[in-house]
Design a protein around this ligand. Structure first.
Ligand code: SAH
Length: 608
């Protein structure tokens, strides 16, 4: 969860602060720095000299500093180190008891706000975020495009952020890139979406707005540069030529997604260098692939040489999935530099995020947020997108942060939900798919994994992480006693995906083997006979007096519990929000508690 914040450093100057920070350092991987006087404490690393000097050494090569000392002291210590909000690390302050976590500086670009929220969740503290956009539940203007891999261009970011904070109307012209962010703004937002390209305050486009307007510019990475070159062409010539083409067409350098070329050029030194330096992917296509692309400027000479009539235009278009060619090919030479390069630029419909997508498959527990693990909460807060059944999305709403894309969907649309999550993650977003209880027990995690397998997933991209949750059977059991204290099984009575004959066979086997049973999906409005059949099967193997429990909506405000015997099961109120627990041969009631003995107190033998 904290990988994107590495390297992280934590600072404590008292034993209590060490005590508070230690678990956080374990969870986040932060180094816990202490003065020499505390070097005897385990899991710490001592700095020599003053904290002021030490902070100076940490400042430039750390993404985040977690300080457990007085805010005033932190302010004084970091004051001489502050340079610019695009460079300074995230600085977060905790109080010694760990009740509050404060985002002190670099809240947006340094992601201190996000780090603060995640840390607060880990220890159940209150996050303190004082930024204006946070209060308005708006994504901050200078981080808006980060999930989609957009690059920030020129602009007076403070002026626009100030206007938004004052609640003034801000005009937005978006010519490219995902509009998902627009769809997930709070109703109170003051953005006005305009088609007027003359004077918008927020400009989202691969093109550069002329500098006279006061605006901020985000550049979605939609430009694919097609390049062909002679062997040995210098990187400088390539870069110079590309800058020239961008300038001619008012295209932003930041909007470049990557470079595409012929497979023969995969090891062309200048090209490889250029891509490495700019952190661009280099896509290489075979002559057959390129031949199939219709281009405005084919060449017989090129065809005779490499087997395709176009390299630059065809490769650019192919990489951009044939969306649109913005700059037809131009050839560049420079007598002072070796080689020659041909450049064309195409625009893709969807931006390249440059990110490795993640699927976080999150179990949210049975209902109440208290029953959800801190890791699951953190996963939800961290995600760019949260996808889930509407009811469960509403249950975890308090974990959301401004700017997240929240996609609730009806209960019947599990498959669409899974595919949507996979598509977004394949594109590069971090997507949390939430599921009640445990996501891997009759939950969305299983469906997503099956769908990934169907999609030919390589097991690595997108990255998958599964966050366990308290399943209905554990939650239900906790409300009635310790019915699961001996071997037990879960059986779903839903025959939507499993033939009834299979369910019946498992009920039969579990009943015969004297497993305690937790029945999921026990009875829907249409399907009432399955529970009766389950009851009959159990009665063939178990005493009619065997204790049963029906727990409905456990850990939700309308929770109900009914205890009874196996012979009464058909008279108890059971629906799809209930879990049924059927005891084994030794399960008994004591007062209103259901107890399955483990065997600590064997029954005394009546014959002795
Ligand atoms: N992934 C979930 C199970 C989903 S299947 C989990 O691990 O708990 C749906 C079934 O789970 C429901 O029909 C019901 O039998 C059970 N269930 C889910 N939440 C419940 C709750 N809060 N109270 C009682 N039963 C619940």
């Amino acid at each position: 969860m904290f990988q994107t914040f590495q390297p992280l450093a934590a600072i404590a100057t008292t034993p209590n602060a060490v005590h508070t920070l230690h678990p956080l350092c374990q969870q986040t991987g932060a180094t816990l720095w202490v003065p020499a006087s505390l070097s005897h404490l385990p899991h710490t690393q001592a700095y020599s000299g003053s904290l002021k000097d030490h902070l100076q050494t940490l400042w430039n090569d750390h993404q985040g500093l977690i300080c457990c000392l007085a805010t005033g002291a932190v302010v004084r210590l970091i004051a001489p180190l502050l340079t610019d909000k695009s460079q300074d690390p995230a600085v977060v302050v905790l109080d010694e008891p760990g009740q509050f976590v404060l985002s002190l500086c670099s809240g947006h670009l340094g992601r201190a706000d996000q780090l603060t929220q995640l840390l607060a969740q880990q220890i159940g503290a209150t996050p303190i975020l004082t930024g204006a956009s946070n209060a308005a539940n708006l994504p901050s203007i200078d981080t808006l495009g980060i999930p989609f891999g957009w690059q920030r261009g020129a602009g007076d970011w403070n002026a626009i952020a100030g206007a938004i904070a004052r609640g003034e109307t801000v005009t937005v012209h978006q010519a490219a890139g995902s509009e998902l962010w627009q769809a997930h703004l709070p109703p109170s937002h003051t953005y006005q979406f305009v088609s007027d390209t003359e004077a918008p305050q927020i400009w989202i486009s691969p093109k550069v707005l002329s500098p006279k307007q006061s605006s901020v510019q985000w550049h979605p990475r939609v430009l694919w540069v097609g390049m062909g070159c002679e062997r040995g062409t210098s990187r400088q010539l390539m870069e110079q030529a590309l800058r020239q083409v961008c300038e001619q067409h008012q295209l932003a350098w930041e909007a470049i997604a990557g470079v595409a070329t012929l497979d023969l050029k995969a090891d062309e030194v200048g090209l490889v260098d250029l891509c490495q330096q700019a952190n661009w992917p280099l896509k290489c296509y075979s002559p057959e692939d390129l031949k199939a692309v219709a281009v405005p400027t084919p060449s017989d000479v090129v065809k005779a040489e490499v087997g395709t009539p176009s390299v630059a235009e065809a490769a650019a278009l192919k990489a951009a999935q044939q969306f649109t060619l913005l700059a037809t090919k131009q050839i560049f030479k420079d007598p002072a530099q070796p080689g020659a390069v041909t450049i064309a630029i195409a625009q893709a419909e969807q931006e390249y995020t440059g990110r490795r997508g993640q699927l976080l498959l999150v179990g949210t527990g049975p209902g109440d947020l208290d029953q959800m693990t801190p890791a699951s909460k953190t996963a939800i807060t961290q995600a760019d997108v949260v996808i889930g059944y509407t009811l469960y999305v509403d249950l975890v709403r308090s974990q959301f942060r401004p700017g997240q894309i929240i996609e609730p969907s009806p209960i019947t649309q599990e498959r669409q939900r899974a595919q949507r999550a996979i598509d977004l993650a394949q594109w590069g977003l971090t997507v949390a798919v939430i599921s009640s209880g445990d996501a891997g027990i009759y939950g969305m995690a299983g469906l997503v994994m099956e769908a990934l397998q169907q999609n030919g997933w390589d097991g690595q991209t997108p990255v998958v992480q599964i966050f366990p949750g308290i399943s209905a059977l554990q939650a239900a059991a906790s409300q009635v006693g310790t019915p699961l204290m001996h071997d037990f099984c879960a059986i779903s009575l839903s025959d939507l995906l499993t033939p009834w004959s299979v369910i019946e066979k498992r009920l039969e086997a579990a009943a015969a083997a004297d497993f305690v049973m937790a029945l999921y999906n026990p009875r829907s409005q249409k399907r009432i006979e399955h529970l009766l059949k389950a009851q009959q099967i159990c009665l063939q193997h178990r005493d009619p007096q065997t204790p049963v429990a029906v727990v409905r909506s456990v850990y939700r405000p309308d929770q109900t519990t009914h205890l009874g015997t196996l012979s009464e099961l058909d008279t108890l109120p059971v629906d799809m929000l209930s879990t049924v627990i059927i005891g084994n041969a030794t399960t008994r009631f004591h007062q209103d508690w259901m107890i399955t003995p483990r065997g600590y107190f064997p029954p005394s033998n009546p014959s002795t």
